[in-house]
Ligand binder design. Structure first.
Ligand code: ATP
Ligand code: MG
Length: 249
């Protein structure tokens, strides 16, 4: 990795870039993942690289939905594993939820590399290597998934999802939780619960809520999820961003 001085004002951001760029060289991140990361960075700038209050609440609702699910699945891609592999494994353990590798640009080699990385970091079982069914309504191999994983999941957490696939998962009547720094993306607008935050911050926040809500009753958890109004919360995030921008002048 490049030698970035610790006192550089953008140290954390630059180190994250180094991580993702190294993961591309290692065959974990697809080259277009770098572009997706750049778009994410731009929106994180607008948030002030902090978790807005609406995202904190979304993490609580996400934890409640995951805890109440019969078959919760955490869907991961190269970027997510490059940036937050330990956080993925810890969150999946805490619920507990399955982890499935699901790639937009799917190759066997990349699925295997990502799965190996997850196992190296403690995942006991990784779904997606032997994907045998397809998400209906999607072309190409990006629709491939495991029938015991994503295909039969009732609640699915999709950090950094593509809008098309998010719609297709919704059409399968799944509860979709998205983590997306862009509140304007189709994914953000289509998901049931959208966490507008960086995956690096959001995954540990959901995990903390899982521990806080673990002993709540099914009814209590249902209430938390039922009261969530995603459209309203997205407009709160846009208001947060615009207010922050206006305050900088
Ligand atoms: P959509 O398909 O949902 O309309 P899009 O086509 O604009 O979205 P994609 O390339 O499909 O975007 O998905 C990448 C998304 O991931 C972007 O919206 C980007 O903001 C988001 N993103 C990138 N890095 C991160 C990150 N570290 N944490 C959270 N979100 C991120
Ligand atoms: Mg897209």
């Amino acid at each position: 990795m490049a030698d970035i001085p610790k006192n550089h004002p953008r140290y954390a951001s630059l180190m994250t870039r180094e991580k993702i760029s190294q993961a591309m060289k290692d065959g974990i991140v697809h080259e277009t993942g770098l572009i997706a990361h750049g778009r994410g960075e731009a929106f994180d700038y607008l948030l002030g690289e902090t978790t807005p209050p609406a995202a904190e609440r979304a993490c609580k609702v996400a934890a409640a939905a995951l805890l109440n699910a019969k078959n919760p699945v955490l869907s991961v891609n190269g970027n997510v594993v490059a940036l937050a592999v330990d956080e993925c494994v810890r969150l999946a353990d805490s619920v507990p939820a399955k982890i499935e590798v699901n790639l937009f640009h799917r190759t066997k080699e990349r699925v295997d590399k990502i799965s190996d990385e997850l196992r190296r970091c403690g995942a006991k079982k990784v779904y997606g290597e032997n994907a045998d069914v397809k998400i209906p309504g999607l072309d190409h191999d990006r629709a491939l998934c495991d029938k015991n994983g994503i295909f039969s999941a009732d609640v699915i957490l999709v950090p950094l999802e593509d809008g098309d696939r998010c719609c297709a998962l919704k059409n399968m009547k799944k509860t979709v939780i998205a983590i997306d720094l862009n509140p304007l993306s189709r994914t953000a607008k289509t998901a049931d619960i959208t966490i507008v935050d960086n995956v690096i911050r959001a995954l540990p926040t959901i995990e903390q809520w899982v521990y806080k809500l673990k002993d709540e009753s099914v009814d209590e958890l249902n209430d938390i999820v039922g009261m969530w109004d995603n459209e309203k919360k997205l407009s709160e995030i846009l208001f947060f961003m615009s207010k922050r921008l206006n305050s900088l002048y």
